[in-house]
Every structure is written in structure tokens, then in C-alpha cells.
Design a protein around this ligand. Structure first.
Ligand code: DGJ
Length: 683
């Protein structure tokens, strides 16, 4: 098509583009008006710049504690014909190369508008010389690192499942082709949202790359009545000139300290034992107390009772929604059991799946219209359960009432909030036809509302989010629950990939990691107790096996592992994480990562070999993040080493040579403390 010299938006970089005039690329928003038109003309009206960051109503978002920590730019755009305003919000954090963006539409006019697309952010890059990085997978193999070169046209990842999903995390990064883990330019985009999302890059005919991110427009529509407003979730954009690892470190710091919130944000997390893989549904009080007693002897601090304690639930077929105790299994009730666990000197935690209901349940019998469904249509079950209609306030109120009562009555210190199926046959009995496409977003707002109310009423309860493992490991959840169950796949070797990918965005303080029994329940692999702990130390550490069945020798090892973790967890959680050898590159046989304390005086290095090889060559890893002028001792290795030697010559892995399959080793470094020694090299 011939293009003359006349003005065309197609050749311009835009902030929040619309479709239908002269830009033919995919827009950031589209508004259907009463006359059927989708054409809009939003023009700059005014802007303001102020210290701090406003809250996003009803949505999780990054925040500031003091006004000086960030500056916000608010730009107001206005379309006269429909008397509607779009506010674009940009918050720049002073401490990090991070920018939070969102949009808000306010209908000041007389007509009802339909938002058919309303993205959180749109960014036009000058060129498309990038690779798109994303975290994709499925149940049991969440957040594998994927990279692809940008090509002309649209490339995207998304979720239409009603949850952020294990298929794709709501994150993409654009990295320069020569950027590596530790060098080069990377732009990260992370959506603080837990529902359907779209992250796409459109490369146009001038090699401009347009990044668009927000709530998925597929099966979405929002009716915006007179005087109503709509707030999008926010995208947190990070720039790094220190490669992918630099980007991750920014996300870690920001998300650990200014997204996660509340009492537990900065607290050392308890070492927990979860009974799921130990007993599944088959337990009674006696069995649980036995496990708890042994766990206490081993040094474990929190006992978590997982699925199966309520209604008549002895398998996955019944009782979700009936949040009252099964007295056959637990004659002293949750309160009695929790008290007994407390008397042992341990905290008590409890599993819920608040958003679901079983067909075979009292709740479903009483309120069959409280589920997401379409009248006259088949209702697909997933894990024998239906999704409760959290777009309805009365449903959320009811579940809140039941959960709050248990939390008020029993001494509960921790809640595991699970969610085990995606949405199908989406519809709500409570909404008119023209609002049916609002259900998935309204549902997520309902989930956030329940989280907000529970975390407000029970500020000292530690929440861990979970969704069939890590199917909703996203920044939205992290705002309410400072830790997330990373994956149901607990095999040490498989976890290398899962935790490596997860670390692209999420701090170690968020990554739930448990030592489980062997043969591993998911992949039947047998790894050593050491290897399982060596992987789980790089996360929120816990156990999920029947500790009463451990040999005395293994019990001793577990005790030592717990002593080690407790001694180091504070700085590990707040430390700087470095990925050193990727399970996704080369043949992935050697994997390594490390964490360095904020003061750079301590470090923990994890080294993992998937399969042994005959007659291997020399091996070393180049450490990261140490002080060149600090002299470090390495536990179990003679001598001392300056940081520069460890970083530029490397740690020689003499002891790893010739080892077999699934070999692992951790190296604990400590700077020599005395003042004469620290910094000695500079004299
Ligand atoms: C899925 C979770 O990921 C598991 O840890 C466990 O809580 C089960 N659900 C219980 O049904």
C-alpha cells in the first residue's frame, strides 16, 4: 500500500495507542460505544507529578513506605465526544530501575461504554533486536525458561484459564541477543495479577517492537456505566544492564520489600512439616501427633495439616466448601489438635481451598447457584470440583465467615490457600447478560477481597498461596501471601529447573521448597537426603514426608540440616541471588546458583550434577557477588580465598570429580570476621 507523507500514527511511537485511525497495530485499549463505534480520540489534558504511589483500588500492587521512595506521574487523557478520561499512572522507584504502570478509565459521560480491551501498559521500542524470554510449562514443570528471537508479527504468551496458570507466568523479558545472565540489556515486564492475562510483542514493518501487557481481552468485556471507573492491574517494568540476573535481583528486592507486605514480610520463616506426601487423605489425630512429635525432636517449628481434615473428605471427591472438621479423623477438632501441637512446642497451620466446592458437599446442596456455570450447559468438573462464583459478594462473605470462625477459634499460625482447577463454562447467576464477560476479572477481585479481609483480621497468620503446586505463582498472590508453594513436583533434580526459572522474578523468600521422601512421588527418582536439602535450602525450607519412618541416621542428618538452615535463613532470605549454571543451557547437566548476604560476608553456593560422567575434565565455577577485598573461608575446604580469586579464577571442584548421578554439594563461605583481616588486601 502506498503511504504518502501525510501524518500517520503508524510511524510513531505511542504511549497508549488506539486502533482505527492511522495506527494498524494492536492497540492498548478499545471502547465500544452505544452507536457501535470503536473510534476514540483521547488527547492530553493535564498531568501531575507527586511523591509516593497511590493504592490501586481492590488490586494488589507495589507500594511505598515513605513518599520519597517513589515519584508518580499521572497523565490525564480526554475524549470529548464520549466525555471519558483515561488516567495513565507511572511510578518510578528511586532505589531501583523499576517503573510501575497502570491505566484507569473514568466514564464522565451519559452513555454506557464497553471496554473490550484495556491493557495495563503498551511500550513501543525503537527496534526489535531482542529475544523474548518467558516462563512456561505445566503442572509439575512450572516456569521453565524459554527464549525466542522476535520475528515480524505477533508473539505472545497468555492465560485464558481463570488463573495466571502454570502454563505461562505473567512475565516476559526482552533481552538483547548478546545479553547473558550477567551482562547486557534486558527489559522485564511483570503483571501484578492472578487471572487471565496477555503479554505480547508485535513487531511491525519498521521493526518497532510493541509490548502490550494486561488482562486478556479474549472473553473479556467490561460495561462501564455513567460515573464508573475501571482500574487495570499494574505492570512492573525493570531495566537491567547487568543481564537477566540483574533484572531478577531488582524484582527480588522490589517484590520482597515493596510488594509482599505485613508481619511476615521481613520475618524469618518457620521450618515447616506438611503431612500431604506423608499421609495424603489417610490420617487420624494419633498419626498426625506422632509425626509432629518426631518433627519437633528434629527441630521443625510448624506443623501443617493439609487436605482432608473437613467434611467427609477421604479422597478428592467430596466436601470442599464444608469447612467444618471431620470428627471421625480428628475427635478433638481443629482447636484441640492445634492446641496439642502447640503443647508440643510447635506452631500449627491449616490447608484450605476457599474458592472451590465439591458436587458432593453440603454447600453445593444448599447453594447450587453459587458456582460458575452456564444454565442448560454441561458443567465440566476438574478434580471432581466446581469453582465457586467469587464474583458474588455473598459467596465471598460466606467463605470468609467460615474461615474466619476457624481462625478465631483455633490457635492457627499459618494457612495454605490452595486452588486446584481452572475455570470452564464461565457464567454467573448474579450478573446480567451484558456483564457475563466480566466474571473472570470479578472473580479475581473476589479472591483479592477475601485475602485482604483475612490478612487484615489475622495479621499474624502466615499465608502460603498454592494452586495445584505453582499454577498461580504470581506477583498478585505475593502481595497477600509472602510465600508460594512452588510445585507439586518435589524431586530434587526436577526442582533445579523449576526453582531456577522461578528465580527469574521471585525472591527466595517466596519459593516454598520441601524435602520429601524417595523414591520421589512424582518421578520415582531416588536422590540422597543431602541433595534434596541442598536444593530446598534455596527457598523457604520445609519437609513433607513421614519423619517417623526415617532411620536414626537420617534423623540425625535432618537435625543437622535444620540447624544449618535456622542459622543461615535470615541472610539467605534477604540475600542477593545469582544464577551461575543453567539447567536450560548446554546439556543442563551441571547446575549452580548462589546467594550472598547483604553485607557480602556470607554466601551459600549450590552445585548440582544431574548425571555422572566417566573420566570428567576439570571443573570450576566462577562465583559472583563477593567483595574482591574480603577473604573467605569455605566450610570443609582448607585455606582462605579472596573474593576476586573465587570470582575470576573460580572455585575448583576437585571433590565433585568422578561423582555419580544426582550428586550435589553446597559450599558455605564466610568472610574472616576480624577487622585486621577484612579488607587486609587493600593495605
Ligand atoms: C495441591 C497442592 O499443590 C498440594 O500441595 C496439596 O495441598 C494438594 N493440592 C491437596 O489436595
Amino acid at each position: 500500500m502506498y503511504e504518502g507523507d501525510s501524518f500517520s500514527l503508524d510511524t510513531l511511537k505511542q504511549e497508549y495507542p488506539s486502533y482505527g485511525t492511522t495506527d494498524f497495530r494492536e492497540p492498548a485499549f478499545q471502547i465500544l460505544q452505544e452507536n457501535g463505534s470503536r473510534i476514540t480520540n483521547f488527547e492530553y489534558q493535564h498531568h501531575k507529578i507527586y511523591k509516593g504511589k497511590p493504592k490501586l483500588e481492590g488490586l494488589p500492587a507495589t507500594y511505598v513506605e515513605k513518599g520519597e521512595e517513589a515519584i508518580t506521574l499521572e497523565i490525564s487523557l480526554y475524549d470529548k465526544l464520549i466525555d471519558t478520561e483515561i488516567q495513565l499512572l507511572y511510578t518510578v522507584f528511586s532505589e531501583w530501575n523499576a517503573l510501575a504502570r497502570s491505566a484507569r478509565v473514568v466514564n464522565h459521560g451519559q452513555q454506557a461504554l464497553n471496554l473490550t480491551r484495556i491493557m495495563s501498559a503498551s511500550i513501543d521500542f525503537f527496534d526489535s533486536q531482542f529475544e523474548m524470554v518467558h516462563l512456561s510449562g505445566s503442572w509439575g514443570r512450572e516456569r521453565y525458561v524459554k527464549m525466542r528471537k522476535l520475528q515480524p508479527g505477533i508473539q505472545s504468551i497468555s492465560s485464558t484459564r481463570g488463573a495466571s496458570s502454570s502454563q505461562h507466568n505473567p512475565f516476559i523479558a526482552l533481552k538483547r541477543p548478546d545479553a547473558t545472565e550477567h551482562r547486557g540489556e534486558v527489559y522485564g515486564f511483570s503483571l501484578v495479577y492472578s487471572g487471565n492475562f496477555l503479554a505480547q510483542v508485535e513487531v511491525d514493518h519498521y521493526d518497532v517492537a510493541r509490548v502490550t501487557m494486561g488482562i486478556h481481552l479474549f472473553d473479556f468485556n467490561w460495561l462501564l456505566g455513567q460515573g464508573e471507573s475501571f482500574q487495570t492491574p499494574e505492570v512492573v517494568m525493570v531495566y537491567s544492564d547487568q543481564g537477566l540476573n540483574g533484572m531478577s535481583q531488582t524484582y527480588h528486592q522490589l517484590y520482597r520489600t515493596r510488594l509482599a507486605k505485613g508481619y511476615w514480610r521481613d520475618k524469618e520463616r518457620p521450618v515447616l512439616i506438611n503431612n500431604w506426601e506423608a499421609t495424603y487423605f489417610h490420617f487420624d489425630e494419633e498419626k498426625l501427633i506422632k509425626i509432629a512429635k518426631t518433627a519437633k525432636e528434629l527441630g521443625i517449628e510448624l506443623f501443617v495439616l493439609d487436605d482432608g481434615w473437613f467434611g467427609k473428605r477421604n479422597d478428592s471427591k467430596t466436601s470442599l466448601g464444608d469447612w467444618f472438621v471431620n470428627n471421625r479423623k480428628l475427635p478433638s477438632g481443629i482447636t484441640g489438635l492445634a492446641q496439642k501441637i502447640n503443647d508440643l512446642g510447635m506452631k500449627f497451620g491449616l490447608w484450605f481451598e476457599p474458592e472451590m466446592v465439591s458436587k458432593d458437599s453440603r454447600l453445593y446442596e444448599q447453594h447450587p447457584d453459587w458456582v460458575i456455570k452456564v444454565p442448560g450447559r454441561r458443567m465440566s468438573q476438574g478434580r471432581n470440583q466446581y469453582v465457586l462464583d467469587f464474583s458474588r459478594k455473598e459467596v465471598v462473605d460466606h467463605i470468609y465467615g467460615m474461615m474466619a470462625q476457624i481462625l478465631r477459634e483455633a490457635p492457627i499460625s499459618y494457612v495454605k490457600w490452595d486452588m486446584n482447577r481452572y475455570m470452564t463454562e464461565i457464567g454467573s447467576a448474579d450478573l446480567p447478560p451484558e456483564r457475563q464477560r466480566e466474571v473472570p476479572h470479578r472473580y479475581i477481585l473476589g479472591v483479592y477481597d477475601l485475602y485482604e479481609r483475612l490478612t487484615t483480621e489475622f495479621p499474624h497468620v502466615l499465608f502460603e498461596s498454592c494452586a495445584a503446586g505453582g499454577a498461580r505463582f504470581d506477583p498478585g498472590m505475593l502481595y497477600y501471601a509472602p510465600q508460594t508453594w512452588t510445585s507439586d513436583n518435589t524431586d530434587a533434580i526436577e526442582r533445579l529447573k523449576i526453582q531456577y526459572g522461578t528465580s527469574f522474578l521471585y525472591p527466595l523468600s517466596a519459593i516454598g521448597a520441601h524435602v520429601t521422601s524417595v523414591p520421589n512421588h512424582q518421578v520415582k527418582r531416588i536422590t540422597s537426603l543431602e541433595a534434596r536439602a541442598h536444593v530446598a535450602f534455596f527457598g523457604v525450607f520445609g519437609y513433607e514426608l513421614d519423619v517417623t519412618k526415617l532411620s536414626e541416621k537420617d534423623k540425625q542428618k535432618v537435625k543437622e540440616q535444620i540447624v544449618f538452615y535456622k542459622k543461615n535463613r535470615k541472610w539467605i532470605m534477604n540475600g542477593t541471588f545469582y544464577r551461575i549454571r543453567s539447567p536450560f543451557e548446554d546439556d543442563g547437566n551441571i547446575v549452580s546458583w548462589m546467594v550472598v548476604s547483604e553485607d557480602q560476608k556470607e554466601a551459600l553456593v549450590g552445585y548440582y550434577q544431574v548425571l555422572g560422567t566417566a573420566n570428567p575434565g576439570f571443573s570450576r565455577i566462577l562465583l559472583k557477588g563477593l567483595r574482591t577485598d574480603y577473604e573467605y573461608e569455605i566450610e570443609g575446604i582448607d585455606g582462605t580465598y579472596f573474593g576476586d580469586e573465587l570470582m575470576y579464577v573460580g572455585l575448583l571442584l576437585e571433590d565433585a570429580k568422578g561423582k555419580g548421578d544426582f550428586y550435589s554439594k553446597i559450599y558455605k563461605l564466610k568472610a574472616i570476621q576480624s577487622d585486621e583481616k577484612v579488607g587486609m588486601k587493600n593495605r
